[in-house]
Design a binder for this molecule. Structure first.
Ligand code: ZN
Ligand code: ZN
Length: 400
C-alpha cells in the first residue's frame, strides 16, 4: 500500500467529535485504531467509541498505551463544558485492537473523576452464539464476549457500573440511541432541540458483532416529523479510511453495506462523512460504501466466470482459482490473502446454491487442529476442497 497520510494524536473533527489515535499502527490497523469522543459542547458528558489494543501484527507497548491515555485525558480536559467526564464507552466489535485497553481506560477515568463520580458504563453488541442456525463463519467468535468479560472482572464498583446481573458489559441493541443534549436538557424530558443523537446500527460481516453508529442532528427536525439529518456515520472496521476491509462472512457483509447505503441515501444532498475504525475521514460516505459494494460484486462476477470456464464442470481448489483469476497480476506474496478472499466468495455462492463444494482431506502431516487452535495461523475451511459451478436445482438436490 502507498504510504498513509499521518494522523495527529488528537484531532477535532467537528463540533461534536474528537478523534484520539490508538497509538497502535500496523499492517492491519493502518495508522492505528481511531477512537472517538462524541459529545455536545454544552454538556459535560462524553461518549467514547472504542479504545485501543494490540493486534496480531501490531503490538501496543506500555509507553504507547500511556501516550494514548494521556491524549485522551488532554482531550477531556479541553472540552468546553467542565468538569467533563466520559459516562459511556461503546465498543464497535470484539477485536483486540479496539477492546484490549478498556480496563486501562476505565481505571484511568476512575482516577481522573474521583471515586464518587466514577461509574462509567461499557457497552457492546453481543457476538453470535451459534444458536438459531447462525453461520459457521462466526464459530471462532462464540467465546469472545466471555473473554472480554474476564478481562474486566477485576474492576471495582467505584470504577465501573455493572449490569443488574453483575456483568461489566452492557448489551447494545440494534437501533439503541444515546442522546447528547446540552446541559439542563435532560434526555428524559426529551428537551433536545439543540442536541445530537447517536444510534446503533448492527452491521455484521467484518465480525458478527460489528456495529456502525449514526450521528444525527436533532435540531434539524421539525416537531411534527421524526426525520433528522445524519451528521456522520462511524463505520468501525466495516468501511476503512484507506484500502478495503476484511470480513468473516461476505453474505452478511454485503447485506450490511446495502443497509448502510439505504441509511445514507435518505439524507439530503450534502455528503455524509464516514469516521472509520482505521484511517482518515472519508468525506463522501455514500460514494465510498457504494464503491466497496461494487468492488465485491465485480470480484464475484470474476469468480463465477472462472468457475463456469472450467472444462467439464470439474472442481477446482481456491488456490487454482486464484491462479486463473489473478495470473501474474499480483506478487506471489499476496496470493494467500487473495485465496482467502476468494474462499469467502465461494462460501457465499455455496450458501446461495450456485456453487458446489467437493470435500477433500487435508494433506498428510498437516495438523489442522494445532493450526486453528489459538495460534495466529488459521487455515480457513474449504482451503483444500474442490469448488465447482452447479445449476441451482442440482445444488439443492445435492444438499438433500
Ligand atoms: Zn476489526
Ligand atoms: Zn480494527
Amino acid at each position: 500500500m502507498a504510504s498513509l497520510p499521518e494522523l495527529p494524536g488528537v484531532s477535532t473533527l467537528s463540533k461534536y467529535v474528537t478523534r484520539v489515535l490508538g497509538q497502535n499502527p500496523g499492517k492491519f490497523t493502518l495508522q492505528g485504531t481511531n477512537t472517538y469522543l462524541v459529545y455536545h459542547p454544552a454538556s459535560p458528558s462524553l461518549l467514547l467509541l472504542d479504545t485501543t489494543g494490540p493486534s496480531s501484527a501490531s503490538p501496543l507497548s506500555s509507553s504507547a498505551l500511556q501516550t494514548y491515555l494521556s491524549s485522551l485525558r488532554s482531550a477531556i480536559a479541553s472540552h468546553p463544558t467542565q468538569p467533563a467526564r466520559i459516562t459511556d464507552i461503546i465498543l464497535t466489535h470484539w477485536h483486540r485492537d479496539h477492546t484490549a485497553a478498556v480496563g486501562d481506560v476505565v481505571r484511568m477515568l476512575a482516577k481522573l473523576n474521583g471515586a464518587e463520580e466514577a461509574k462509567v458504563r461499557v457497552w457492546k453488541f453481543p457476538c453470535a452464539t451459534g444458536e438459531g442456525g447462525s453461520s459457521d463463519a462466526w464459530k471462532s467468535e462464540r467465546t469472545k464476549d466471555a473473554e472480554l468479560e474476564r478481562d474486566l472482572e477485576g474492576l471495582g464498583g467505584n470504577e465501573l457500573e455493572r449490569t443488574s446481573d453483575g456483568t461489566a458489559l452492557h448489551t447494545l441493541r440494534a437501533g439503541q440511541q444515546f442522546s447528547l443534549a446540552p446541559s439542563g436538557a435532560s434526555p428524559a424530558t426529551n428537551n433536545t432541540e439543540d442536541g445530537v443523537e447517536f444510534e446503533v446500527v448492527h452491521t455484521p460481516g467484518h465480525t458478527s458483532d460489528s456495529i456502525c453508529v449514526l450521528l444525527r442532528d436533532l435540531s434539524s427536525s421539525s416537531p411534527s416529523s421524526s426525520a433528522t439529518s445524519p451528521l456522520a456515520l462511524f463505520t468501525a472496521d466495516t468501511v476503512l479510511g484507506h484500502g478495503t476491509a476484511v470480513f468473516a462472512s461476505l453474505s452478511a457483509y454485503l447485506s450490511s453495506l446495502a443497509s448502510l447505503i439505504d441509511l445514507l441515501s435518505t439524507s439530503g444532498s450534502a455528503p455524509i462523512p464516514l469516521y472509520p475504525g482505521h484511517g482518515e475521514v472519508v468525506t463522501d460516505g455514500l460514494a465510498k460504501i457504494k464503491e466497496y459494494k461494487t468492488h465485491r460484486e465485480d470480484r464475484e462476477k470474476q469468480v463465477v466466470e472462472a468457475l463456469k470456464a472450467v472444462e467439464g464442470g470439474e472442481a477446482v481448489t481456491a488456490g487454482e482459482l486464484t491462479d486463473s483469476i489473478y495470473a501474474d497480476t499480483i506478487p506471489s506474496s499476496l496470493k494467500l490473502a487473495a485465496t482467502h478472499g476468494l474462499l469467502l466468495h465461494l462460501e457465499k455462492l455455496r450458501e446461495e446454491g450456485r456453487v458446489g463444494r467437493v470435500a477433500q482431506p487435508s494433506p498428510e502431516g498437516l495438523d489442522l487442529g494445532a493450526a486453528g487452535g489459538g495460534g495466529e495461523v488459521q487455515i480457513p475451511q474449504g482451503w483444500f476442497d474442490g469448488w465447482r459451478w452447479v445449476e441451482a436445482s442440482e445444488a439443492v438436490e445435492g444438499r438433500l
